[in-house]
Design a binder for this molecule. Structure first.
Ligand code: TXA
Ligand code: MG
Length: 316
């Protein structure tokens, strides 16, 4: 993993808790991307998140809790889900589970579904905040809908401008792409969004085969085709055009002239951590368009290619 995690004073955590309790949205660091958090029990806070992001309310949010025990209060963990949780929590894995009968999670947060997407983030500052607040936090990525996901506080400010919420600064995010989402409510675990935890890792560690639901009917409601989009045209799997106004994002040791390089050594972990940051840098003057080199599709490359394809898609 790359990147540096900064610590925050307890006064910042107290202030964040006070705002959350008032039903306000707060930007928080996680190991994947910055989230826009609200108290997941209060419709008011959840509504503030949807409004600030300009997000359709049928697109449910991920619920963040500090421990497996806290997850079990709001969702049903089947034996297989417990296996996943024991191995990958805290960490960049979200499980879609059935709500418990007495689940206190706001219906607005879970889009009125019988299921709920839950994760236990590993980021130490987020852990401190969740333990201090003692209630689940609903948190989508801290950007306006369809903008590039934020991996630094500056990205959050760039997306929200004068509507920027209070930000708990945790430094740059080490993983850089959103959590893997796996639906555990069907007969077999189904991948709804690729991320740092890959089906290969799950197969190797748990001996469980995860089926690919990326193009199937079970899709996560928020996995719209155009999602992680820069404002400039984007070519993927591309060679440089030679146009100096095109930002060319390379990958690996290459003789080609690159404006940026996701990883000079060809490391997919480093590339994922830098992906959104480089798209942000390429999506400003003097550049008028963006092109990205081919990225291998194995392991974490699946998640990187998934984000790039969505960013490049021309229509909703
Ligand atoms: O890494 C992450 O997961 C980040 C950080 C902040 O934790 N959060 C994040 O949240 O990416 P968001 O809201 O941008 O993504 C939520 C995804 C959407 O694609 C949504 O459709 C899906 O989770 N989702 C939420 N609840 C679901 C459910 N009950 N069933 C299926 N998909 C669900
Ligand atoms: Mg998002």
């Amino acid at each position: 993993m790359v990147g540096k995690i900064t610590m925050v004073p307890s006064a910042i955590i107290d202030q964040a808790c006070a705002l959350l309790a008032q039903g306000q949205a707060v930007a928080i660091p996680t190991e994947t991307v910055y989230g826009l958090a609200a108290d997941a029990i209060q419709d008011r806070g959840v509504a503030a998140v949807y409004a600030l992001k300009n997000r359709p309310i049928f697109n449910p949010l991920i619920i963040h809790v500090p421990t497996l025990e806290a997850a079990a209060e709001v969702a049903v963990l089947t034996p297989q889900a417990l296996d996943f949780a024991h191995h990958f929590w805290p960490g960049p894995l979200t499980l879609v589970l059935k709500r418990t009968a007495h689940s206190s999670i706001s219906q607005l947060a879970s889009g009125g579904l019988e299921t709920v997407a839950i994760r236990v983030p590993a980021h130490p500052i987020m852990q401190t905040l969740m333990r201090a607040y003692q209630k689940p936090l609903a948190a989508p990525s801290a950007n306006r809908s369809n903008h590039i996901s934020p991996t630094t506080p500056d990205h959050v400010r760039a997306s929200f401008g004068d509507q920027t919420p209070f930000i708990v600064d945790g430094g740059p995010c080490v993983v850089g792409v959103e959590s893997t989402i796996i639906d555990m409510t069907g007969e077999v675990p189904t991948l709804l969004r690729p991320g740092f935890v890959t089906p290969e890792m799950i197969q190797e560690i748990l001996g469980v085969q995860v089926i690919n639901g990326l193009n199937g009917p079970l899709k996560a409601p928020g996995m719209m085709k155009r999602h992680y989009a820069p404002t400039r045209p984007l070519r993927i799997n591309a060679l440089p055009s030679g146009d100096t106004q095109e930002a060319y994002i390379g990958f690996g040791p290459t003789q080609m002239s690159c404006t940026f390089n996701l990883s000079f050594t060809g490391c997919l972990i480093e590339a994922a951590a830098r992906l959104f940051s480089m798209l942000h840098q390429a999506d400003r003057p003097p550049f008028t368009s963006i092109a990205v080199a081919p990225i291998p599709t194995d392991g974490l490359g699946l998640a990187i290619n998934d984000r790039l394809q969505r960013a490049a898609a021309m229509a909703l």
